[in-house]
Design a protein around this ligand. Structure first.
Ligand code: FES
Ligand code: FES
Length: 132
């Protein structure tokens, strides 16, 4: 369709075959949940991370109610965070995601959701473990 031609093939791939769609138990002490919304369009992204007892991210999943670029950005984000540390993944920039997916400028806020969701998930995990 004409609309899909605006998207780079990597976006189509992550949109049609999203990696790691799903949910973890948000009450699990090893799970961090980031839930963020985009003021520009009202789309919502939930991204979760799961760590081992040393704080390394061993798994990640997402649910996104949004456009193809937001879905692709969250799919890519779940792939990028796996196997990395919390300090490491908060350095992931939406510009890196947008670049990898070749998102056009009007779609930058979609990748911003993924950056924000990663940071929110890390924050949630840290807060949870401070309380424990
Ligand atoms: Fe998925 Fe590069 S397109 S990791
Ligand atoms: Fe809003 Fe993509 S159009 S997240």
């Amino acid at each position: 369709a004409t609309a899909t031609r605006l998207y780079h093939e990597k976006v189509i791939d992550h949109y049609e075959n999203p990696r790691n769609v799903g949910s973890f138990d948000k009450n699990d002490k090893n799970v961090g949940t980031g839930l963020v919304g985009a003021p520009a369009c009202g789309d919502v992204m939930k991204l979760q991370i799961k760590v081992d007892d040393d704080g390394n991210i061993i798994d990640s999943c997402f649910k996104t109610f949004g456009c193809g670029s937001a879905i692709a950005s969250s799919s890519l984000a779940t792939e990028w965070v796996k196997g990395r540390t919390l300090d490491d993944v908060v350095e992931i920039k939406n510009s890196d995601i947008a670049k990898h997916l070749s998102l056009p400028p009007v779609k930058l806020h979609c990748s911003m959701l993924a950056e924000d969701a990663i940071k929110a998930a890390v924050k949630d995990l840290k807060q949870k473990n401070e309380k424990a």
